[in-house]
Write a protein that binds this ligand. Structure first.
Ligand SMILES: Cc1cc2nc3c(=O)[nH]c(=O)nc-3n(C[C@H](O)[C@H](O)[C@H](O)COP(=O)(O)O)c2cc1C
Length: 180
């Protein structure tokens, strides 16, 4: 399976909102999930849970649950990232744990030529409630975000957002200077 190198994937990952109907096969799905599981997590607590949404009727329901999920009508796959808070009751960092998993998932997708769109859920209460109801999540399982996935009908491209003026050296008041 061909993949781009890590830095190319990082710099050219873009939010994709147009997808081809080409399915994402099971082997590729597993790679994406493995990438998500490989993300760092607070105390290495394995609280993340994933719902792989591949049934057309389930994908078609997503736009009713999330204002940005319209592209799910085209996407062949979506993954709902959740946290089972009962697996580590003290956890306070679960949103970040899920965010790290989402980013890993999307970068792995980009490396494999697959586009993705992150649709934020937590901490918007109404969205959390809508996804909990639609997916039958028990009360201790919190939905963090939804990632739509599919082969893109848009190009990946690099967007330079680096701004050294937003970086400080050693303390807030000292500008960051670099010779590069
Ligand atoms: C926590 C989070 C929540 C997001 N939620 C949405 C969303 O609800 N709808 C959407 O269209 N994009 C969402 N995005 C994608 C951002 O809009 C997008 O990453 C940003 O505009 C930069 O574009 P890029 O992904 O192409 O670099 C979200 C991104 C993050 C990190």
């Amino acid at each position: 399976m061909e993949s781009t190198d890590a830095l190319t994937a990082i710099f050219t990952r873009r939010s994709i909102r147009r997808f081809s109907p080409r399915p994402i096969d099971g082997h590729t799905q597993e790679i994406l999930l493995r990438a998500a599981f490989a993300a760092p997590a607070s105390e290495n607590a394995q609280t993340r849970r994933f719902i792989v949404i591949a049934q057309r009727d389930r994908l078609d329901q997503l736009p009713a649950l999330h204002p940005s999920a319209g592209p799910a009508r085209e996407a062949p796959l979506a993954i709902l990232l959740c946290c089972d808070t009962s697996a580590s009751p003290q956890t306070v960092f679960w949103p970040q744990d899920c965010a790290a998993a989402a980013e890993n998932l999307m970068l792995a997708a980009r490396a494999l030529g697959i586009g993705s769109l992150w649709c934020g859920i937590h901490p918007v209460e109404a969205r959390e409630q809508a996804f909990m109801k639609a997916f039958g999540l028990p009360g201790m399982v919190r939905p963090a975000g939804l990632v739509l996935l599919g082969y893109p009908l848009q190009d990946f491209f690099e967007e330079n957002r680096y701004d050294p003026h937003l970086v400080r050296s050693d303390t807030w008041t000292r500008a960051y200077e670099t010779e590069y």
